[in-house]
Design a protein around this ligand. Structure first.
Ligand code: ADP
Length: 602
């Protein structure tokens, strides 16, 4: 059926083809046609000519038709003829390959796709289980004398796949670029975060900020601060090329003329960031202060600008100006967003530095106050104690017994007051950084004995045993003996204070690595694990009630820690509630480590 149909697609109607074929066959019989022989010679000639012409045309038509069939069959496209009822009337080999199955299965089947004339539509096919895509163009024609549609389909699966691949690649590349940009941004922000928090010093923070801005972001940067009187000063600058650091360095310290239209002033006033991708001549001019500045800026290059305010706790602390000198690198909205992030972090860091500075100043004032007060209180107290001593000695004359007892109370209370003042004074001196170290060669055993002289009577009056365990040979160390004694006396006094019964023990040992350790242990109330770190903090006590009970200040251990650090040592504690405490002081500077701990008798 398809063979016969093949010859007739839309060009030669099937009837005409049949006609043409029938015309061909009578050709051999024409001499036997009696009517022809009877016709006049002229007519016969004309008829022959006509017949020849007819034959010639028929052959031409057949050739065209054969060529056409051939063309359709070998067409690179799949061709399907669909009749008015939507049934497939013809399909070439390509179409069969495209749709899968056989011609017999295909012919007579509904085509199933909408036929849109003169438009290219895309069909999704499933050929032998594999998805394929075809582009289809449809023309209206005739088939076996009736209206039909010729659909030519082109398999574009590979092209589509390639296109999709290219699209995926582009998407992938875009995603990679975006990922790289965000990784860079993240790196930049995290680096800037750690750089900005590396110091609590105000100027160091501003310098770090300027440096951060020129690592992979701006070519050069300026950091401005709003000063107490409202003046805006350029305090820090940085350039990405170290060779240019002196050039930008020369810009430091200058204040912006308050009346000008400098963009930094505008940003500080409006609290709004500014982006000038392309620096206009007017904007540039508004930033130039004088000829020298003009020369520097020309040499540095200024093509693109971002200015961001630094705002913390609703106060504008300053602004950051970021410059690009490269005409190809113009800042954009993304850069502005990044700069704003840095600005927010910078504001926090700068605010912290300012707060720290303020706190440090306040602390210094407090320490100065404590030092002055405790020192000034000591002088009259010395007079009180001195005269009390004289009275106790019977000068100018012996006191009656009742008065002596009261005098003793005065002396005890004055002694306690002196102890408190000494603690305060020691703490204040440490806090104010006024404590000086005077190292010299000492035998630590002597320092321990000095401590024993102070603590042993305290322990005895508290009903505690007091043991001192030192090596037989000298333990020579280069250290500050006064500081070390103060440390040991504080620890010993605490041991006595917090031990209701049992003993206080001091052990001195040499250790490897030129170190000496002194352990002060007691059998007292101990310290809960959660408090072990707190006890070294100033004014910290396990419970507030102790303050009055023990007459302590909560400063002893903080002074111990400060002094130990000052002489380059360490202090640690081991304790269990109810099972006593052991404080260990380790100091370096051992001059001859002839007796390591293992060889020393306990
Ligand atoms: P305080 O003047 O209160 O003794 P310290 O700074 O010397 O201040 O000690 C802080 C706190 O640590 C004390 O209040 C006490 O609770 C605890 N503490 C210190 N030494 C000991 C110890 N040997 N045994 C138990 N608790 C101690």
């Amino acid at each position: 059926m398809e063979n016969g149909a093949g010859g007739a697609i839309g060009v030669v109607p099937p009837d005409a083809a049949t006609e043409a074929v029938t015309v061909e066959h009578p050709h051999e019989e024409r001499n036997h046609d009696a009517s022809l022989t009877r016709a006049p010679a002229g007519e016969i000639d004309a008829m022959r000519k006509l017949q020849h012409e007819l034959e010639r045309r028929t052959r031409a038509l057949e050739r065209i038709e054969a060529r056409f069939r051939d063309v359709i069959e070998r067409n690179a496209d799949a061709i399907v003829v669909v009749d008015g009822q939507g049934l497939i009337r013809f399909a070439n080999d390509r179409a069969i390959a495209l749709f899968g199955g056989t011609r017999a299965v295909l012919i007579g089947k509904p085509f199933g796709f909408p036929l849109v004339k003169d438009e290219t539509t895309e069909l999704d096919l499933l050929t032998d289980g594999a998805p394929r895509v075809a582009e289809m163009r449809v023309v209206e024609s005739e088939w076996e004398g009736r209206t039909a549609y010729i659909a030519s389909l082109r398999d574009v699966t590979e092209r589509k796949r390639a296109e999709q691949g290219a699209r995926d690649l582009i998407r992938e590349q875009a995603a990679r670029t975006a990922a790289e940009a965000s990784a860079k941004r993240f790196r930049f922000l995290s680096e800037s975060g750690s750089a900005l928090t590396s110091s609590l010093n105000y100027h160091a923070t501003l310098a770090a900020l300027a440096r951060v801005c020129v690592t992979g972001f701006a070519d050069w940067a300026e950091v401005y601060a709003v000063e107490a009187d409202g003046a805006v000063r350029r305090l820090e600058t940085a350039h990405c090329e170290p060779a240019r650091a002196p050039l930008v360095g020369a810009l430091r310290g200058a204040a912006i003329p308050p009346k000008g239209s400098h963009p930094v002033l505008a940003v500080i006033r409006t609290r709004t960031p500014m982006l000038a991708s392309r620096l206009s001549p007017e904007l540039r001019a508004s930033m130039i202060v004088d000829e020298g500045h003009e020369r520097t800026v020309t040499e540095l290059g200024m093509t693109s600008l971002i200015v961001i305010p630094m705002i913390a706790r609703d106060r504008v602390l300053g602004a950051i100006a970021l410059f690009s000198s490269d005409p190809r690198r113009r800042f954009n909205a993304e850069d502005l967003a990044l700069a704003e992030d840095v600005g927010a972090r910078a504001a926090l860091a700068v605010d912290n530095a300012l707060l720290y500075e303020e706190a440090r100043r306040a602390n210094q004032t407090k320490a100065d106050f404590l030092a002055v007060v405790s020192h000034d209180l000591r002088t009259p107290l010395n007079a009180v104690m001195g005269y009390a001593e004289l009275l106790a000695m019977g000068i100018p004359e012996p006191l009656p017994e009742a008065a002596r007892e009261r005098l003793q109370r005065i002396r005890t209370a004055a002694g306690h007051l002196l102890y408190l003042l000494d603690e305060l004074l020691g703490f204040a001196r440490l806090e104010a950084g006024r404590e000086e170290v005077h190292p010299r060669e000492v035998d630590v055993r002597e320092v321990v004995r000095e401590m024993e002289a102070v603590i042993e009577p305290l322990a005895a009056s508290a009903g505690l045993a007091f043991q001192v365990d030192v090596p037989a040979a000298p333990v020579r160390v280069r250290t500050d003996p006064d500081k070390l004694r103060q440390i040991l006396v504080n620890l010993g006094a605490n041991a006595v204070k917090y031990t209701p019964r049992g003993e206080v023990r001091v052990v001195l040992r040499e250790q490897a690595a030129n170190r000496v350790i002194i352990r002060v242990s007691d059998t007292g109330i101990g310290i809960a694990p959660e408090h072990l770190d707190d006890i070294f903090e100033p004014f910290w006590q396990v419970n507030a009630g102790q303050r009055s009970a023990n007459g302590g200040t909560g400063l002893g251990l903080s002074v111990v820690r400060g002094l130990v650090r000052l002489i380059g040592g360490e202090v640690s504690v081991e304790s269990q509630p109810g099972n006593g405490s052991t404080f260990t002081v380790a100091i370096g500077g051992l001059l001859s480590s002839s007796r390591p701990e293992e060889r020393t008798a306990p």
